[in-house]
Design a protein around this ligand. Structure first.
Ligand SMILES: [Zn+2]
Length: 257
């Protein structure tokens, strides 16, 4: 199959309007990805829906938080590694993991691992915040993900150990997936991120302003706002986010919904 691809080049912000539709994963998979190029490498990003995406690289393909219809992944290269950030249903699906992960290693936080079936546990490796894991040529650092606002602490309590991830490729290209978090110091302290996926929505994570404030501090080269729909009044506008992000970062609005 030949995939048609849209290009995201450093120095050319691809900022487009996004129609607001009721949240649903697309039934049919995306047949095209976005090529992200920086001086440390080139990857192809497939936004699948809400918090789920794939990153195709010269060393294999990484899926992050695959949920929804397994058929949404039909036109995406098969995974060589799957990362699960935490146990919530928009990030973790036992059925989808079973469908996609035959023989594929899964990196996951401890609390979600504990919910896995025995079959998934055999494929899974727990990654904690003080560890660096290696799968094939991928180096994985688990980054904390948690709420810090008083009335949101129960959604992602710090002591549950939910993960974000930094995946580093040979050549140095670094991808950050935030998982569900607020603008925590560990995010703000990230360095040398080529492409970042940063969550927003309320009350579960943070608003667009907090997300943009954090992004402006760690200054990834390219940023995809994701996970931005929630309860009606908690949905965040990714175009407003993009307007608050400084010139150092090119915001790309993926076709998430
Ligand atoms: Zn969550």
């Amino acid at each position: 199959m030949t995939l048609s691809r849209r290009h995201v080049l450093m120095g050319s912000a691809a900022l487009t309007g996004t129609a607001f539709l009721p949240f649903q994963l697309k039934a049919a998979g995306h047949s095209s990805g976005d090529i992200v190029i920086t001086d440390r490498g080139t990857v192809t990003i497939y936004p699948v829906g809400h918090a789920s995406f794939a990153m195709e690289t010269d060393w294999g393909t990484v899926y992050v938080d695959p949920v929804g219809e397994a058929q949404a992944y039909e036109n995406i290269p098969e995974p060589n590694l799957i990362l699960v950030t935490h146990e919530h249903g928009d990030h973790y699906s036992e059925d989808v993991l079973l469908a996609l992960s035959n023989g594929v290693p899964i990196g996951v936080n401890q609390a979600t691992y504990d919910k896995f079936s025995d079959t998934l546990k055999e494929r899974a490796t727990v990654i904690t915040h003080d560890q660096t894991a290696t799968f094939r040529d991928f180096t994985i650092d688990a980054i904390p993900a948690y709420n810090i606002t008083e009335d949101r602490l129960n959604f992602h309590p710090r002591d549950r150990g939910d993960n974000g991830y930094v995946v580093t490729l040979p050549g140095g290209f670094r991808m950050y997936a935030s998982g569900d978090t607020e603008d925590i110091p560990e995010m703000r302290a990230l360095e040398n991120i080529d492409v970042a996926f940063v969550c927003m929505n309320l009350p579960f994570t943070m608003d667009a302003e907090a997300a943009a404030s954090a992004v402006n501090e760690f200054a990834p080269r390219v940023c995809y706002p994701y996970h931005y729909r929630g309860r009606d009044d908690g949905t965040q506008d990714p175009t407003e986010f993009a307007q608050m992000v400084s010139e150092a970062t090119k915001t790309h609005l993926g076709n998430w919904y």
